[in-house]
Design a protein around this ligand. Structure first.
Ligand code: SAM
Length: 230
């Protein structure tokens, strides 16, 4: 399958069945056990990022690009902590849901700003670029291009998460337990950590902090890398 096909499939998925499934997982209503497990795991990833940024104690001076923002699970709390957030997603449905959620929390709709845009076409410069649980939808070669582009937008730092290609996960994926249920409509790609680090380094970034979230059905490796060269 060509990468362009992956992107079309992913966009259509997150504007249809994927939207229904993921906006429930990323909400607080009733869900099944598998979805609850994924909700819990994803929240840990979000909490890890927020914990790192809060520890630096400079959130209110940061401009942050949340690429593939989904329903705003990260963007909204980051704005609550004082950051200026530019949130975008390839799926109009996800962005519309994110906007609805933001309006419920904030009096104005200026921050976060939302856009329906694939991350490959993003431009501008941000102190920090964050891209959580998006790379899983793309093969390594395409992920390399995406990471390189995101690095070009980041003045100081990039934070990425991906499903790590470990022996255990490769076996799980083979037996079909990975991301069970309707989300099988999209392929889940695992990435080797060393490949991700290699591409970050090629773009002048070095890994500073890392975390791993592992529940029964959710696996996400989180890396923070900062710029070492212009
Ligand atoms: N980052 C969000 C979070 O962690 O809450 C959402 C994660 S969700 C599993 C993946 C999101 O990536 C979906 O909202 C999907 O529409 C978006 N996405 C997939 N491919 C994309 C692309 N090429 N550019 C921008 N967004 C993309």
């Amino acid at each position: 399958m060509k990468a362009a096909d992956d992107k079309t499939i992913v966009r259509e998925y997150f504007n249809s069945t994927g939207f229904d499934r993921w906006q429930r997982i990323y909400g607080d209503g009733e869900v099944n056990k598998v979805q609850l497990d994924i909700r819990t795991g994803h929240q840990q990833t979000v909490d890890n990022v927020i914990g790192w940024l809060q520890a630096d104690n400079n959130l209110s001076s940061l401009s942050i690009c949340d690429a593939g923002c989904g329903v705003g699970s990260l963007s909204i709390p980051l704005v609550m902590d004082g950051a200026k957030v530019y949130a975008s997603d390839i799926s109009a449905k996800m962005v519309s849901e994110a906007q609805d959620r933001a309006v419920k929390v904030f009096a104005n709709t200026v921050n976060p700003t939302f856009a329906v845009q694939d991350l490959e076409s993003l431009s501008g410069n941000y102190h920090t670029v964050i891209c959580l649980d998006v790379l899983i939808h793309y093969p390594q070669e395409k992920a390399d291009e995406m990471i390189s582009h995101l690095c070009s937008l980041a003045q100081s730092r990039i934070i990425l998460s991906f499903a790590p290609k470990t022996f255990f996960l490769t076996i799980l994926k083979k037996i079909g337990s990975f991301f069970p249920g309707p989300s099988k409509a999209t392929r889940a790609y695992l990435h080797r950590e060393r490949d991700i680090i290699k591409i970050l380094e090629k773009n002048g970034f070095a890994v500073q902090r890392q975390a791993m979230t592992r529940t029964k059905f959710y696996f996400s490796r989180l890396l923070e890398a900062t710029r070492t060269s212009a």
